[in-house]
Design a protein around this ligand. Sequence first.
Ligand SMILES: Cc1cc2nc3c(=O)[nH]c(=O)nc-3n(C[C@H](O)[C@H](O)[C@H](O)COP(=O)(O)O)c2cc1C
Ligand code: SF4
Length: 457
Amino acid sequence: MASSIRTPHPREKRIIFKNIDRPGWTNDVGCYLHDGGYEELKKAFTMKPEQIVNEVKASGLRGRGGAGFPCGVKWGFIRPGGTKPVYLICNADESEPGTFKDRYIIHQDPHQLLEGMIISCYAVNARLAYIYIRGEFPEGAKILERALAEAKEHGFLGKNILGSGFDLEIYVFRGAGAYICGEETGLIESMEGKRPYPRIKPPYFPAALGLYLCPTIVNNVETLCNVKHIVRIGGAEYAKMGKPNNTGTRLLCVSGDVQKPGYYEFEVGGITIGELINDICGGMKPGRTLKALIPGGSSAKVMSATDRYKIKTKQPDGTIVETEMGLEDIPIDFDTLAAAGSMAGSGGVIVMDDTRDMVWALNNINEFYAHESCGQCTPCREGSLWMKKITERMLHGGGVEQDTDTLKSVADNIAGRTICAFGEACAWPTQSFVAKFRDEFVATAHKKGDGNGSTNS
Ligand SMILES: Cc1cc2nc3c(=O)[nH]c(=O)nc-3n(C[C@H](O)[C@H](O)[C@H](O)COP(=O)(O)O)c2cc1C
Ligand code: SF4
């Protein structure tokens, strides 16, 4: 992956991305050690595993892979002293459209990830761990293999790591390039050599019945990197970054119609959508205005720039306060985006300007989900294809009066009726695009001809 050096914006708070684009920085172990690397691992070995779990709980760290589930709570599901082996899997599938943060960590700072993983394995007593990396990242896999060999040479992996008595091996597992392998139980099936059909939860929550039906922690790359920093500064100090229940920093990947798309790191909730677009990303392209935004990868519900959002927030005294705000005033954090009807998801922010045709945009997303459905459940397998066929037909002038309502009805009959959250991931775009831009859908359905549907230059 070619990487041009980017200077961090002064408003960024770079912790996970501290070494990304750092002048003189190389991704080998020598550079990492010179910069104080693996010191947190040494510190972790002076702590008891449960102390680390408690620090992670105190930090309030929420998973960065999409669902925002509290990391310490997940780790707490592992019963100490269980008879089965515990596995840890780093989810480096990074397949959510609009998301491109994990690959930069892997390429430029692989030892940060390894250190975070080794500490996490020690905390949950996993003696075997895997990095599940998507098939399309061959270079990333190579870099990780080299970093693992370096870590082993320096005694950070293998038997009796740094004299701690703790043994650990980590292996790279390469996927074959299917979106559904990012879903943790599909990923596990794939690792077991099977077709990656997601498993039903309950009972197959990985922390209880994961890889080879053993307790398994699956965490995202960014989540695991955070663990190193929690050990460094302590959970309470970490929790001071961001906002209550939305702590730490967040990597944001901005794509679409802004002048400076790219990756950034901010305190969670430390920046609003308007500030991100206008102050950080150089504003919209000349002469264009903001029309819509998807805040957390293509699965997140689209938000319209003309809507007013009624956001309910819980105050420290427990009371609920409702505030009305425009799209640009919304701070980017888990709870506020959820209260606004969307989600922070994977951190992939997709910006669309006033030239974007919403039917075209939704069709683009629908094509992806129709292609990626694993086909295991009927509503998702059939519905994702129907939604794509309808938006495609509308774009080519073959729309009929009922299309807008049919789209909504198909999406409504997928969400909540499937084995895995892919059902929601493919239904939410259609539900939200149709709800927010209904007039455009109705107009396109009435348009006849051979239009390709795109007004984009
Ligand atoms: C369809 C689908 C795709 C997903 N893709 C990814 C992915 O590429 N990377 C990722 O970390 N999590 C992905 N997830 C979320 C994982 O299932 C899981 O929740 C996550 O890896 C847990 O890590 P975290 O708690 O650190 O976020 C996906 C979920 C679904 C439903
Ligand atoms: S919801 Fe879709 S992707 Fe998930 S198991 Fe069902 S068919 Fe497969």
